[in-house]
Design a protein around this ligand. Structure first.
Ligand SMILES: CC(C)(COP(=O)(O)OP(=O)(O)OC[C@H]1O[C@@H](n2cnc3c(N)ncnc32)[C@H](O)[C@@H]1OP(=O)(O)O)[C@@H](O)C(=O)NCCC(=O)NCCS
Length: 168
């Protein structure tokens, strides 16, 4: 499946909002935050970077990634969101978006990439996605999101060595 990667602009705002809701794994408040963060990025906030995946050459946004530097760290970045329209999942778009984020992070001299996700059953494919792409489960905060919903933190060593030898 070929998709093109381009910025997410104001013209895609409604489509972006629908996409954030359509994945079904973001709570309504999380989808609303994603839109708010996009607005801040479009207003020039460099703490949040976005890239969109588009179907062919059309203007149809089918996925996006949002990431940014983690405040107060040396070279650590957060991957805040990675989402692909349900009908387009499993066609390498998520991998393409993640690859693009990592390519840009390499250019920015990034050291660590952090992903926070949930322990809920519906996130199992998401956790497997990250684990097969070099992310290591680094921490689990029990009952963080809700009594039966833990926070799972993944790390990817972008320097291919800085974490070597630390406990897994
Ligand atoms: C996780 C996600 C971004 C992956 O994007 P994608 O385009 O489906 O991924 P790709 O096609 O590049 O890769 C498919 C891989 O992801 C896994 N996967 C995860 N969710 C999947 C889904 N709904 N459909 C198909 N494959 C899925 C597959 O098992 C496959 O694994 P493998 O290639 O290692 O064998 C996407 O499924 C998604 O948006 N999920 C819902 C939102 C979400 O959980 N985002 C992350 C929040 S932190």
């Amino acid at each position: 499946m070929s998709c093109s990667l381009r910025p997410v602009g104001r013209a895609q705002r409604a489509r972006f909002e629908a996409l954030a809701s359509a994945t079904g794994v973001f709570r309504p408040a999380e989808a609303a935050i994603a839109v708010q963060v996009l607005d801040e990025a479009l207003a020039g906030d460099d703490d949040y970077r976005f890239v969109g995946a588009y179907e062919g050459d059309a203007d149809a946004l089918v996925g996006f990634a949002c990431w940014g530097p983690t405040p107060g760290t040396a070279g650590t970045w957060d991957l805040y969101w990675l989402a692909v329209e349900p009908a387009w999942q499993g066609k390498s778009i998520g991998s393409t978006l993640l690859g693009e984020v990592e390519r840009r992070l390499a250019a920015d001299g990034a050291r660590l990439l952090v992903v926070e996700t949930s322990s809920r059953a519906e996130y199992a494919p998401t956790r497997a996605f990250y684990e097969r792409r070099g992310f290591r489960r680094a921490a689990l905060l029990p009952a963080y999101y809700a009594p039966d919903d833990d926070l799972v933190i993944y790390l990817k060593d972008l320097t291919h060595g800085v974490l070597a030898g630390t406990a897994s």
